[in-house]
Each structure stands twice: as structure tokens, then as C-alpha cells.
Design a protein around this ligand. Structure first.
Ligand code: DC
Length: 231
């Protein structure tokens, strides 16, 4: 069967990764969480004193880029691939609120984007990939056969994210989570390099009022139509 490329973009915590993963599993495609790559670079910067409350050394990060190796590895008993930063599994660590706070500024740096976009394009060379992020349909795979743009209200997204963090055992305030979402929306949409925007040929899905099953079936039908060349 013909393999296609599926790009899923949208605001933070719109459930992009959930639907992208479901779709990839169902179609037997590779799922790539591009946000995990920006988060892993951010973790590296935090661990090396490049970014902190009082410091943001863009030049040092650019110089360090050649020392940052990212790899996705999936073991049979994991339900998704984990991201490895210089050989260490950091899948869990990159999801905390501290990394979320710094990741959007890091993702504005042109040199960081050039490195990660090149790696993402390599992963999609053979098609059969579902990738989620902010610039997948606009920059990484402008020729993707299916582009989805996901949206939901900031309040709804913050509620979902808050529940996720609490379930992971983190102590967080709802207002901090909401502020983080609003800050990231602002930085992601207003940065100079590859700002988050809906590609002109993307299909927008607002899932504020949708359950996971309805959302999955909507997206799956779109994918089946594109694979069959119906639309
Ligand atoms: O999808 P996420 O929330 O894990 O992404 C974390 C941050 O990384 C997000 O605030 C913006 C950035 N990002 C990006 O700029 N481009 C991508 N393709 C994916 C993520």
C-alpha cells in the first residue's frame, strides 16, 4: 500500500502526540515527537549552565550543538520510542515544567532549528511517518500528503496538562501550568524563524469538545482517504 507523510501541528497540549501515536500504530508508521528533540536540547542547556533563571547564553548553546546527539530508541516493551540525549534515556525528564518553561526560547534559535529540522527530514525520507510539532507541515515536510492543525482553548489545554503532571507525581499549581501554555503560545507564534501557523493546506481540528475516540476516527478517515488517493 502507498505510504504517505502525515504532519500534525498545533498549539501546546492539544493532544497532537496522542493522536499522532494512535495513527502511527494503526497504520504501522513511525511516530516522531519533534517537540521531544527541542526539549532534549533544552535539558542539555539546563544541565550545562547554558540556560537558567539568570542566564541564557545563546552563543554557548550554538557552539555546543555538535556535542548534542539525539536518538529515538524503542524497546519491545515500551509503547513509544524514547528520546536519548548523548546515550541517556531522558524521555521522562524532558516532560517536567522546568523544561517546558525554557523550551520555547530555545526553539527560537535558528541554529537549533536548522540542526533538528535536518534530522527530522532524514527520519521522513522513506515516508510512512507521522510527525507532530509546530512547523512540520510548513517547514519540515511542506509536501506532506496530509496536514492536520490541532487547536483547543488555552483553559482546556491547561486542564489536560495539569492532570498529566499531577498523575506523574509533580507538585504544580494550575495557574503556573496555564501561564506556561499561554507563554509558549505567544513565543511559538511570534518567533521569527518558523513560527507556529496553520499551513494553507492543513485541516484544522478543534478538539475542545471532542473525545479521544472521535478525534482518532476523524483523523484516521482523513489518512485513509489520502492513502487511497481519494482527496
Ligand atoms: O510539543 P511540545 O510541547 O513537546 O514542544 C515543546 C516546545 O518545542 C514548543 O513549545 C515549541 C517547540 N517546538 C518547535 O518549535 N517546533 C517543533 N517542531 C516542535 C516543538
Amino acid at each position: 500500500m502507498k505510504k504517505i507523510t502525515i504532519a500534525i501541528d498545533g498549539y501546546s497540549s492539544t493532544g497532537k502526540s496522542t493522536v499522532a501515536k494512535q495513527l502511527a500504530d494503526h497504520l504501522g508508521y513511525v511516530y516522531v515527537d519533534s517537540g521531544a528533540m527541542y526539549r532534549a536540547v533544552t535539558l542539555y542547556a539546563m544541565q550545562h549552565g547554558i540556560i537558567s533563571e539568570s542566564n541564557f547564553d545563546t552563543e554557548k548553546l550554538i557552539e555546543s550543538l555538535s556535542s548534542i546527539q539525539l536518538k529515538f530508541i524503542k524497546e519491545a516493551n515500551w509503547n513509544k520510542a524514547h528520546i536519548f540525549l548523548n546515550g541517556k534515556d531522558v524521555e521522562n525528564e524532558i516532560r517536567n515544567l522546568e523544561v517546558s518553561k525554557y523550551v520555547s526560547p530555545i526553539a527560537t534559535i535558528h541554529e537549533v532549528r536548522v540542526k533538528l529540522v535536518a534530522q527530522q527530514q532524514l527520519m521522513g525520507l522513506e515516508k510512512g511517518v507521522v510527525m507532530d510539532g509546530r512547523d512540520i507541515g510548513t517547514v519540515v515536510f511542506p509536501n506532506a500528503e496530509l496536514k492536520i492543525f490541532m487547536n483547543a482553548s488555552a483553559n482546556e489545554r491547561a486542564q489536560r496538562r495539569y492532570k498529566e503532571l499531577i498523575a506523574r507525581g509533580e507538585t504544580v499549581d494550575f495557574k503556573d501550568v496555564l501561564k506556561n501554555i499561554q507563554d509558549r503560545d505567544r513565543i511559538d507564534t511570534t518567533r521569527d524563524d518558523s513560527p507556529l501557523r496553520k499551513a494553507t493546506d492543513a485541516i484544522e481540528i478543534d478538539n475542545s469538545e471532542m473525545n479521544l475516540e472521535d478525534q482518532f476516527h476523524t483523523v484516521l478517515q482523513l489518512a485513509k482517504d489520502r492513502i487511497a488517493g481519494r482527496v
